[in-house]
Design a protein around this ligand. Structure first.
Ligand code: ZN
Length: 550
């Protein structure tokens, strides 16, 4: 017998908290660039809201909002949300500096955390229950009067409800009456069970307030609790990509969304976007440098992997006998290896986005094979668009020769008697614009020294490289199961002050992998520099304008 499925509410909100709550995960360090790139992926995936952080609480979050709202982040699907808290005890929202930071963040939506647990009002805020409600009312009305949309996160709601249900519900009512468009019930300690959700969420829904849900995974039930809340009437779900978050993490937003779409049959993302789930989750994992984990539901590399053997032939005849959904629906693959870019159609789309004509099926198929081959070696191109473009150009015969490396070497040694002063030197010999360049670089490590030497060798021919800055450098040790020699993957972010690009290198050691990513970084920057400074010659054809310079 088929289960009875809940019907979708008229409005339903998918709200991502990866950039704030998710980034609390132990060991995760996100730069402003990382956050901007993650936000772009989330928007492309189609979430309705992206919580960017807490402007005014730390310089990094303030910078993120400044850059995100001044043109660096173009959102097509999502609203950027500034997170903060209700005004200070005894003050006025209109005079509160942190409320002012939300107002001035450039975001059109603010989410305020509010206390709904009587114990936390007394012991954390040190104020009265009445003042807590007044703070909530004043903060919401003020931001609404300033033209912002407001969402309330009712912190510790479920534990608070158990202690004093009437007060917890009063918080919900107050927030809704003051103009909050969603009041989000937070299982902050993450200890709820699905069968406990219904009664509490229903009580809040019955107030007539629009209810949201925010679950942590301490009982291992974050996704299940989220669905239970939705079934009880919640119209807004919060979560993090790959279940990131402190302790055991937040509800995995992709699992939640996939369940709503594939199990309930609801439409909560733009049409067709769920098929981007795997690509999105894996690309974000590359940026955070925190792997999604092979066994993660829907998007993990093992999520639809089967051991060959007894069932293999039956799987071939009818794969649906051995899987709960068609993996293609979430962009995953039944095979062991997920290829982020797999599929000719994806490659063609990607190529077109970068301005290349890949309509020739044979060409596209050859490029696809090349990408798969490289991915087997450990490359990842979803998070390294610049290296993908170079690979594509090489395959299409449109890779201008901006420089050719003749040789490179690097050595590290202790300088003098003090072993702590390790110095690295590098030598790079290359040919650029028919000139041989031979330079030495020194740095605090071999990669830094190589960068210095390469930069020096290129500067006489291309003075612009002086303005290139390496903004991020990430190393991933590849697991041994891939059966290749490669063991290290390096991703490098480079900026010329106007835009940032990412390149990838793979090798048996970190220096080799870094060198490849480094050369790609300069090569990509120079190709674009030269293409933009020569006369446009229409579409990029076989005779690239740069060939003339080389
Ligand atoms: Zn949380």
């Amino acid at each position: 017998m088929a289960p009875t499925l809940p019907t979708a509410p008229q409005t339903f909100q998918v709200y991502d908290v990866t950039l704030r709550d998710g980034s609390q995960q132990e060991g995760m360090q996100l730069s402003v660039n990382d956050k901007l790139r993650i936000a772009a992926y989330l928007d492309e995936f189609g979430v309705g809201f992206i919580e960017g952080g807490w402007p005014g609480s730390n310089p990094k979050d303030s910078e993120f909002f400044r850059r995100a709202t001044s043109g660096e982040l173009e959102l097509r699907n999502a609203e950027l949300v500034a997170f903060g808290m209700t005004r200070r005890v005894g003050g006025r929202a209109a005079d509160d500096p942190l409320i002012a930071a939300l107002r001035d963040s450039g975001a059109r939506v603010a989410t305020l955390v509010a206390k709904s647990h009587v114990g936390h009002v007394a012991n954390a805020l040190h104020t009265t229950l009445e003042e807590n409600l007044a703070m909530l009312r004043d903060s919401v009305s003020h931001l609404r009067s300033e033209g912002m949309r407001v969402i309330i996160d009712a912190e510790h709601f479920f534990d608070g409800y158990r202690l004093d249900g009437a007060y917890a519900l009063e918080v919900v009512r107050t927030a809704a009456e003051a103009g909050a468009e969603a009041v989000v019930l937070c299982d902050t300690n993450g200890g709820m069970l699905p069968s406990w959700m219904g009664e509490v969420v229903s009580a809040a829904v019955e107030l007539g307030a629009p209810i949201g849900i925010h679950c942590h995974n301490d009982s291992g039930c974050a996704v299940a609790n989220t669905l239970a809340a939705v079934e009880a009437g919640a119209m807004h779900v919060q979560g993090c990509v790959n279940g990131y978050g402190e302790r055991t993490g937040n509800a995995d937003i992709i699992s939640v969304v996939a369940n709503l779409e594939l199990k309930y049959g609801w439409k909560v993302l733009p049409e067709g976007n769920l098929a981007e789930a795997t690509r999105t989750a894996q690309a974000i994992a590359e940026i955070t440098n925190v792997p999604a984990g092979p066994r993660r539901a829907y998007i993990g590399t093992s999520a639809f992997a089967h051991k060959a053997g007894l069932h293999a032939s039956a799987i071939k005849v009818d794969p649906n006998l051995y899987q709960h959904v068609d993996p293609a629906l979430v962009g995953n693959d039944m095979r062991m290896l997920v290829s982020d870019m797999a599929g000719r159609a994806n490659i063609q789309i990607k190529g077109e986005q970068l301005g290349f004509d890949l309509s020739d099926r044979t060409l596209a198929a050859e490029l696809t094979d090349r990408v798969k081959e490289k991915e087997l070696q450990g490359y990842t191109f979803d998070a390294a668009d610049a290296s993908f473009e170079l690979l594509m150009r090489a395959q299409l015969g449109q890779l201008p020769d901006v420089f050719t490396i003749k040789h490179w070497t690097t050595t590290s040694f202790a300088d003098g008697e003090n072993d702590a002063d390790i110095v690295s030197e590098a030598v790079v010999k290359l040919v650029a614009q028919r000139q041989v360049q031979y330079f030495v670089g020194e740095g605090n490590g071999p990669v830094n020294a190589l960068d210095m030497a390469l930069r020096r060798a290129l500067t006489p021919v291309y003075p612009a490289v002086d303005g290139y800055e390496l903004t991020d450098y990430r190393v991933r040790i590849l697991d041994g199961s891939s059966g290749t020699e490669a063991s290290v993957r390096v991703l490098i972010d480079t900026t010329n002050g106007e835009r940032t690009w990412t390149t990838v290198g793979v090798g048996t050691n970190v220096i080799e992998a870094s060198w490849e990513a480094l050369c790609d970084a300069y090569r990509y920057g120079l190709i674009h520099l030269l293409e933009n400074t020569v006369e446009p010659v229409g579409a990029r054809g076989a005779a690239s304008p740069v060939d003339a310079l080389a």
